[in-house]
Ligand binder design. Structure first.
Ligand code: PMP
Length: 355
């Protein structure tokens, strides 16, 4: 802290990212990356773009990429906004839509970047508790607000809402943006994209970091009514008019167009998720029904922090979040089959050695 800092920065509590370890040979099941590589077509496109053209600025409108995304979901490029990871897209959306004086509503528990953006942009917010089963109850989101943000599936629980619940939120707040963060939607939840033509207040945000295995490229996008996209472009152009570098634009476009690679790797992750959930239940864990590429599990009589530390000693990292509702739980990314088998063996050993 320094007296040179503005009061706002002094008050900020920044997001604490999941560990990105500096040593290799760890089984890394802590930040929901894909165990499979990105589309080979994406890698080839990036290689090809790594030449003299890098001296030129990229397309500030990322037209080819936005066209490819629009084609895939049956919308037009005017419905698509792209940014450096969905984190950046979310940041622009908070600034573009949530400054109406009332609180922004989101769940306690959900993605912990949302309160950070509220702090950064001076936006009040209200946390709406999950129910006993750790589910979002949309009936609780009726108070006057500046907007609603819901992660679907939610993180870190992995539980998905049906589209009828998203429609309840949209209908309850027709003059506010309802932002649906679909970072994990491809692993079995229903996307709200099909509602965009009927709800001008709906903004859907997705990422290439999870189901397209491109977390390192940093590409996310928003889909919504062209008037919402125009607002995001205004914010972006006031911040950095080049949303994505040349390599990210071509790599993301190739990844979006490689439907086979995408659907095969998603299907593999979903199959492994069911095995992992079953294996954890056999070891006595309660496992929430996951529609994501991670599972959320707790043991009735073992301390989660202790389990995470014991796994770490065995070179496996999972995510353990402190906090009143999250402390008993472990969030485990669905890795490759062998990684999940090693995790289950290690947990079995830890549980036996402590009993
Ligand atoms: N939303 C949710 C719910 C997430 O868990 C994440 C990943 N941490 C993101 C958005 C951001 O992902 P990215 O910036 O890699 O697109």
């Amino acid at each position: 802290m320094s007296e040179l800092w503005s009061p706002l920065v002094s008050r900020l509590t920044p997001y604490v990212p999941g560990e990105q370890p500096k040593i290799a040979d760890l089984i890394k099941l802590n930040t929901n990356e894909s165990p499979y590589g990105p589309s080979p077509r994406a890698i080839a496109a990036i290689r090809e773009a790594t030449g003299d053209d890098l001296r030129l600025y990229p397309d500030p409108e990322a037209t080819a990429l936005r066209d490819a995304i629009a084609r895939r979901v049956g919308l037009t490029a005017a419905h698509v906004f792209v940014g450096n990871g969905s984190d950046e897209v979310l940041a622009h959306a908070f600034q573009a839509f949530f400054d109406h004086g009332d609180p922004v509503l989101f769940a306690d528990v959900t993605y912990s970047f949302y309160p950070v953006y509220c702090g950064l942009y001076g936006l009040p917010f209200e946390l709406i508790p999950l129910d006993e089963a750790m589910r979002v109850r949309v009936e609780d989101y009726t108070r006057p607000c500046s907007g609603v943000i819901v992660a679907n599936p939610n993180a870190p629980t992995g539980i998905a809402l049906p589209l009828s619940a998203i429609e309840t939120l949209l209908a309850a707040h027709p003059s506010r943006v309802v932002l649906v963060d679909e970072a994990y939607v491809d692993f079995g939840a229903e996307s709200a994209v099909s509602l965009i033509s009927r709800y001008p207040n709906l903004l859907v945000v997705q990422t290439l970091s999870k189901s397209r295995a491109l977390a390192g490229l940093r590409v996310g996008f928003a889909l919504g009514d062209p008037a919402l996209i125009e607002a995001l472009v205004r914010v972006k152009d006031s911040f950095n008019s080049y949303p994505l570098d040349r390599l990210a634009q071509v790599g993301a476009q190739a990844a979006i167009e490689d439907e086979n690679w995408f659907s095969e790797s998603v299907a593999r992750v979903m199959a492994t998720r069911e095995q992992l959930s079953g294996g954890l239940r056999e070891l006595g864990f309660e496992v929430l029904p996951s529609s994501a590429n991670f599972v959320y599990a707790r043991h009735p009589d073992r301390d989660a922090a202790h389990l995470a530390a014991a796994l770490r000693e065995r070179a496996i990292i999972v995510r353990h979040l402190k906090g009143p509702r999250t402390a008993p739980w472990l969030r485990v990314t669905v890795g490759a089959d062998e990684q999940c088998a090693t995790l289950l063996d290690s947990l079995r050993g830890i549980l036996l050695s402590n009993s």
